[in-house]
Design a protein around this ligand. Structure first.
Ligand SMILES: Cc1cc2nc3c(=O)[nH]c(=O)nc-3n(C[C@H](O)[C@H](O)[C@H](O)COP(=O)(O)OP(=O)(O)OC[C@H]3O[C@@H](n4cnc5c(N)ncnc54)[C@H](O)[C@@H]3O)c2cc1C
Length: 364
């Protein structure tokens, strides 16, 4: 039987969902959204003994942070040579360096749910082959680890500093650590309205000094002033039973990253992609898998990856995009700092934005 809209990562029967907020409460800082980004903000704030309440409409990792491809990639959503063009050389190099430092921190902090395997960007066309060469040249010119790759997966780039993780395990570990460090975290608590000094939910109002909104998908629903710059899309994945016929030691980024897959330690394959093939339907706040994208994923799994194993999971989640490809990380209302819109690659950049948000929140 196929688990419908449950990610392959949801493998811990001992996990107990967070209890809802019960009535009004006071704190210094309220963090909305308990994905990887919100939980990094909570951790940074608790490290400074700040009194924090974290809220999630559903539970820890219920959004993209617990339902993603698990690729841990250095750099921004744009490939490094594109980022140089958009941001300028020094800013792009500095951003890339910060993501490398964050990667090191994640591998060190979560040895049980990460693997530093390196990653592959494999060219799907002649044009992409040339683009991989341009990316490699820029990375090497700037002294970042990268080499040309030619192997069973195809031809392209190998980035040895990258890796993979079990994303839901990471965020649950972060939530457990935050609770142990004294943070108050609540699931099942949808936020209706955010003001500088209060956060309104159906279960009570939080009075606080400042608010961090750490929501990727549907960010513009909670903060409508961001709607001109932020748009939500659905991303879809599937996973298989162990596929011993495949040997995929590193995660693969293919066709400019529209498709991505990794083989898990038990041999299963987790594969995502094809958002652009039904673009108008995938710009949606709905986060349920669709038949058309799932069919494309399945065809690709069989024909390109070569797995014949049964499909065990199909799922989807929301993320948001900006026109520039740069994330939102700014004070959007007096006393409200928003982070999100990572344009499909927020595992590392989300953590960096969360550090910025925590710095802002504790500034006098
Ligand atoms: C299928 C898929 C594959 C991906 N693959 C990768 C990848 O391989 N590598 C990579 O780097 N990135 C990947 N991404 C993107 C990455 O997962 C996200 O950018 C990142 O996880 C965002 O984390 P977050 O904590 O910022 O937000 P989210 O995980 O979206 O967390 C936000 C939380 O806020 C809660 N929330 C929302 N609205 C409210 C509200 N009104 N009140 C209270 N709570 C609310 C949600 O329930 C959710 O738990 C992928 C995303 C998807 C969907």
């Amino acid at each position: 039987m196929i688990a419908h809209n449950t990610p392959v990562w949801d493998d811990d029967p001992a996990w107990v969902p967070l209890a809802p907020l019960d009535g009004d409460a006071d704190c210094d800082i309220c963090v909305i959204g308990l994905g990887g980004s919100g939980l990094v903000a909570v951790r940074e704030l608790r490290a400074q003994s700040v009194d924090v309440i974290g809220l999630d409409a559903v539970d820890v990792g219920a959004g993209a942070a617990g339902r993603n491809g698990g690729l841990l990639l250095a750099g921004l959503a744009d490939f490094h040579h594109d980022a140089v063009r958009v941001l300028g050389h020094d800013a792009a190099v500095s951003s890339y360096r910060r993501t490398l430092t964050e990667l090191d921190a994640i591998f060190a902090e979560f040895p049980d749910c990460t693997r530093r395997t390196g990653s592959l960007r494999i060219a799907a066309s002649d044009a992409e082959h040339a683009d991989c060469r341009a990316q490699l040249a820029q990375l090497q010119a700037d002294g970042f680890p990268a080499e040309w790759y030619c192997g069973a997966e195809g031809e392209g780039l190998l980035i040895p500093s990258d890796g993979v993780m079990q994303p839901l395990r990471r965020v649950r570990a972060m939530a457990r650590a935050a609770l142990a460090a004294g943070a108050r975290l609540h699931g099942g608590t949808n936020v209706h309205a955010v003001h500088g000094k209060s956060v309104v939910t159906a279960r009570g109002t939080i009075r606080c000094w400042r608010v961090i909104v750490a929501v990727d998908g549907r960010l513009e629903a909670l903060l409508p002033e961001l709607a001109p710059r932020v748009r939500t899309a659905r991303l879809q994945m599937l996973a298989t039973a162990p596929s011993p016929e495949c040997q995929i030691p590193r995660p693969v980024y293919w066709r400019d990253g529209f498709e991505y897959w990794q083989q898990l330690p038990d041999g299963s394959i987790a594969l995502g992609g094809f958002r652009d093939t039904d673009r108008e339907h995938e710009w949606t706040h709905d986060a349920i898998p669709s038949a058309s994208i799932q069919q494309r994923l399945e065809t690709f799994l069989r024909a390109r990856i070569g797995s014949g194993s049964p499909i065990t999971h199909r799922w989807a989640a929301s993320v948001s995009y900006t026109l520039t490809g740069l994330p939102i990380s700014e004070e959007v209302r007096d006393g409200v700092f928003a982070i999100g819109a990572y344009s499909g690659t927020g595992n590392i950049v989300g953590a960096l934005c969360a550090r910025e948000a925590a710095d802002w929140a504790t500034r006098a």
